[in-house]
Ligand binder design. Structure first.
Ligand SMILES: CC(C)(COP(=O)(O)OP(=O)(O)OC[C@H]1O[C@@H](n2cnc3c(N)ncnc32)[C@H](O)[C@@H]1OP(=O)(O)O)[C@@H](O)C(=O)NCCC(=O)NCCS
Length: 159
C-alpha cells in the first residue's frame, strides 16, 4: 500500500460535508445532510476519512466510542477503489490509533452474505462471536443474518 494514502479524524464542518458525500456515494442511505451531521456530532461518534495519493476522499469509517469499547457503525470504500488494499490499510490504521488510546475491544456487525467484508475483518484479526438471525430486513419477506465480530485491542498481563 502506497504510504501517501492517509486518513484523518473528521472534526471540521468541511470534513463533515465531505464525509456525508462519500457516505452517500457508498451506502445510498436516506439521510439528509443536516440529520447526518447532527448524528456524527454526538460526542460518542468518531468519524474518519481516507484519502488517496491524489488527496481524493475514498473511504469512510464511523465508530461509536463508549467507555473502553468501540463499535463500527459504518465502514466502506468507494466502489472503484475496492479490492486494492485500501480497506485493510484504513481499518488497520484506525485499530492502531485506538490501541494507543488503550481501548479494550472493537465490535462490528456485518451481513453473513457480505463475504468480502468478512474476509477483510478476519484478515485484520476479528473473531466471529455470534449470529443474529434475520437481523437485516432487505424487502418485505427477505432477511439476512448478522454476524457479530470482535477484536481485542489490549491484552492484560495475567502475572
Ligand atoms: C468491505 C470493503 C470495505 C472492503 O474494502 P476493500 O478496500 O475492498 O478491501 P481490501 O482491498 O483492503 O481487501 C482486504 C481483504 O478483504 C477481502 N476482499 C475484499 N474485497 C475482495 C474481493 N472483491 N474479492 C475477494 N476478496 C476481497 C480479501 O480477503 C482481501 O485481502 P487479500 O487481498 O489479501 O485477499 C469494501 O468492499 C466496501 O466498501 N464494501 C461496501 C460497504 C461494506 O460492505 N462495508 C462493510 C460492512 S459495514
Amino acid at each position: 500500500m502506497n504510504k501517501k494514502n492517509y486518513f484523518c479524524e473528521v472534526t471540521t464542518y468541511r470534513q463533515k460535508k465531505i464525509l456525508f458525500d462519500i457516505y452517500q456515494n457508498i451506502f445510498q442511505d436516506n439521510w439528509c445532510q443536516k440529520s447526518f451531521i447532527d448524528y456524527i456530532n454526538n460526542s460518542w461518534v468518531n468519524s474518519f476519512l481516507l484519502f488517496n495519493e491524489l488527496k481524493s476522499p475514498i473511504g469512510v469509517c464511523m465508530l461509536s466510542n463508549i467507555l473502553n469499547e468501540l463499535e463500527i457503525i459504518k465502514f466502506g470504500i468507494k466502489n472503484q477503489y475496492r479490492n486494492q488494499g485500501f480497506g485493510f490499510f484504513f481499518l488497520n490504521e484506525i485499530i492502531n490509533l485506538y490501541k494507543k488510546k488503550k481501548k479494550e475491544n472493537i465490535f462490528l456487525e456485518v451481513s453473513t452474505k457480505n463475504v468480502f467484508a468478512i474476509r477483510l475483518y478476519l484478515k485484520l484479526g476479528f473473531e466471529k462471536l455470534t449470529i443474529r438471525d434475520k437481523y437485516y430486513k432487505k424487502s418485505t419477506n427477505k432477511f439476512e443474518d448478522a454476524l457479530i465480530m470482535k477484536k481485542k485491542l489490549i491484552f492484560f498481563d495475567s502475572n
